[in-house]
Write a protein that binds this ligand. Structure first.
Ligand code: SAM
Length: 260
C-alpha cells in the first residue's frame, strides 16, 4: 500500500473491480452483523431504528447511495418507505437481489456511479449512505452536488464515513492503532496497487472541515454531526474498528444535512 494521488477514473475502476471480486467474502464476514433487512450505520453498531437520523421514513422516497447488498434499503422498505438502492458494483447488487428475494423484501436496485446519479431533479425526499461510495470516490464534492440535485428542497441527506481523525493512525485494530503516525491534513488517498502500479483498492480522506465545506458548497445545511461511541456490548472487530480503539478515539462520523 501507499499514499498517492488517484484520480476519479482510477478510483472508480479499482472500486468496481474490488467490490465485484470481494462481494461474497465481504458478506460472509459481515453479513450476519449487517442483517438481511437491518439499517446499521457503522461498525459501532448504531442502527437507524435506534438513532432515527432520517426522521419519519414512511411514505418517503429514499435513495441509498453505495448500498452494497441493500440491507438498509430493505429496512426502509419494511418501514413503509419507497427506497432505491444504488451501487457501483454489480456483484454487490446481485447479492442484494438474492438476499431480497430470500427475505421477501425485493427493492429496486440501480447500478451507477454516485458521482453521476441517473435520476431527475427533486426525485427523492431523503438520501442516505452507510459507508457507501463516499470513502471511495476522488470527487466527493460531486456526490454532494448530485445528491443535492436529486433531493427535493428540504430533503435530508445522512451519510456515515470513517471518522477523519482515524487517518492519523495506522489501520490496525490493536494497540499500534492508538499511536498517531501521519498527518490528519494529508489528503492523499490510501492506495493498494499491483506490481504494475495499477490501483486495486482506493480510499479517500477528507478532513471534517472538507466535508462541511463540500456539504455547504452543494447547498446543504449541516444539522448534526454524530460520533457514535463504542457500546460495551459490542465485542466485534471489523477491520481497524475494535472495542480497544473505540473506547479511545471516534471511528465513525455521521453527517446529518438538509437541502437548504
Ligand atoms: C462498505 S460498502 C457499504 C455498503 C453497505 N452499507 C455495507 O455496509 O455493506 C461500500 C459500497 O460502496 C460502493 N461504491 C464504491 N464506490 C462507489 C461509487 N463510486 N458509486 C457507487 N457506489 C460505490 C461499493 O461497491 C460498496 O458496495
Amino acid at each position: 500500500m501507499t499514499r498517492r494521488a488517484s484520480d476519479a477514473a482510477e478510483s472508480a475502476a479499482a472500486s468496481r473491480r474490488w467490490w465485484d471480486a470481494e462481494a461474497a467474502a465481504y458478506l460472509d464476514e459481515h453479513g450476519t452483523f449487517l442483517g438481511d433487512a437491518r439499517f446499521v450505520w457503522c461498525p459501532e453498531g448504531l442502527s437507524e431504528a435506534d438513532a432515527g437520523l432520517l426522521g419519519d421514513v414512511a411514505g418517503r422516497r429514499v435513495l441509498e447511495v453505495g448500498s452494497g447488498a441493500a440491507q438498509c434499503a430493505r429496512w426502509l422498505s419494511a418501514q413503509g418507505a419507497d427506497p432505491v438502492a444504488l451501487d457501483l458494483s454489480l456483484e454487490m447488487l446481485r447479492h442484494g437481489r438474492r438476499i431480497g428475494l430470500g427475505a421477501g423484501l425485493d427493492v429496486p436496485l440501480v447500478q451507477a456511479d454516485a458521482t453521476r446519479l441517473p435520476f431527475g431533479d427533486g426525485t427523492f425526499d431523503l438520501a442516505c449512505s452507510a459507508y457507501g461510495a463516499l470513502p471511495f470516490v476522488a470527487d466527493s464534492a460531486a456526490v454532494m452536488s448530485e445528491v443535492a440535485r436529486v433531493l427535493r428542497d428540504g430533503g435530508r441527506w445522512v451519510f456515515a464515513v470513517t471518522h477523519p481523525v482515524r487517518w492519523s493512525f495506522p489501520d490496525d485494530p490493536g494497540p499500534a492503532g492508538l499511536v498517531a503516525q501521519s498527518s490528519y491534513f494529508d489528503r492523499r488517498p490510501y492506495v493498494e496497487q499491483d506490481e504494475q502500479g495499477i490501483a486495486t483498492y482506493v480510499e479517500h480522506h477528507r478532513t471534517l472541515g472538507d466535508r462541511v465545506r463540500e456539504l455547504v458548497g452543494a447547498g446543504f445545511r449541516l444539522v448534526d454531526l454524530v460520533e457514535p461511541e463504542w457500546p460495551d456490548d459490542n465485542t466485534r472487530t471489523w477491520g481497524q474498528w475494535s472495542p480497544l480503539r473505540g473506547q479511545v478515539i471516534p471511528g465513525t462520523a455521521i453527517f446529518v444535512a438538509e437541502k437548504a
